[in-house]
Design a protein around this ligand. Structure first.
Ligand SMILES: [Zn+2]
Length: 248
């Protein structure tokens, strides 16, 4: 823990984006912090309020160090933000969203991005274990959840507005977009469906008007092109215009 009396004093500065996590006195340039002389820099950064998922490169007197570095007296530490787009090595890019991010989950799925989400609150330990088991980047606005050691990877969601949340995730991780290829209800992949095969499940107007059908391979829900709400079309168009990806 930070010890205000005995330890070495270091100077630390944070990237502007990290300002919301730290006390006001750490927001403008370098500020002094007294450490206990044994804690790692990762621990010091977390103790000051920054989830390590949000810290990018750590520099000591201009040299990169790992979070395991133990700061010594007089060092100047810079905590940068994560690089954007942020590489996520070691697994296909996929996400897990906490219980508060249902709208964002549906929008990511709309764009074809693999976004697991459970509308029931299964609790932090279960979410963290899920992230580890399936190697999913956990998205959350809960700093405590993002500090759990079991997490495979995580990212703080800075906005409480779904439009901004979506732009943030697309900009940060640059996932490949494939709109209308994933079930917004369950995250399952969609497959082309034969109209005759799903005929009895459609209302008469739909049966007459729409010809291209897709069906969820996991929950059997039926989708048809042209029946999408204009708002969803706009979300897809905006995302493709700004962040590219496969054509709709
Ligand atoms: Zn489904």
């Amino acid at each position: 823990m930070l010890n205000p009396v005995n330890g070495p004093e270091i100077h630390i500065s944070f990237a502007p984006r990290l300002g919301l996590f730290v006390a006001a006195r750490h927001r403008a340039g370098r500020s002094a912090v007294v450490t206990d002389g044994a804690s790692t820099l990762g621990h010091v950064v977390e103790s000051l309020g920054v989830p390590l998922t949000e810290a990018g490169r750590l520099l000591v007197d201009g040299r990169p160090v790992t979070p395991a570095h133990v700061p010594a007296a007089g060092e100047h530490v810079e905590v940068l933000g994560v690089e954007r787009p942020q590489p996520v090595p070691g697994a296909p890019l996929r996400f897990l969203l906490d219980v508060h991010l249902g709208t964002l989950a549906r929008r990511l799925r709309l764009l074809g991005v693999d976004a697991a989400y459970e509308s029931e609150d299964i609790g932090d330990p279960a979410l963290a274990a899920w992230s580890a088991r399936e190697r999913r980047v956990l998205l959350s606005r809960d700093r405590g959840l993002l500090r759990r050691r079991e997490l495979w990877a995580g990212a703080y969601i800075y906005s409480d507005q779904p439009d901004e949340q979506l732009r943030d995730v697309l900009e940060r991780f640059a996932p490949q977009l494939a709109p209308w290829k994933r079930c917004t209800a369950c995250n399952g992949p969609l497959t082309d469906a034969d109209k005759d095969a799903v005929r009895e499940r459609l209302e008469q107007g739909t049966r007459r008007t729409y010809d291209v059908f897709a069906q969820c391979t996991e929950c059997d829900r039926v989708y048809w092109r042209g029946a999408h709400h204009a708002r969803l079309e706009a979300i897809v168009e905006n995302a493709l215009r700004e962040f590219g990806g496969a054509a709709a």
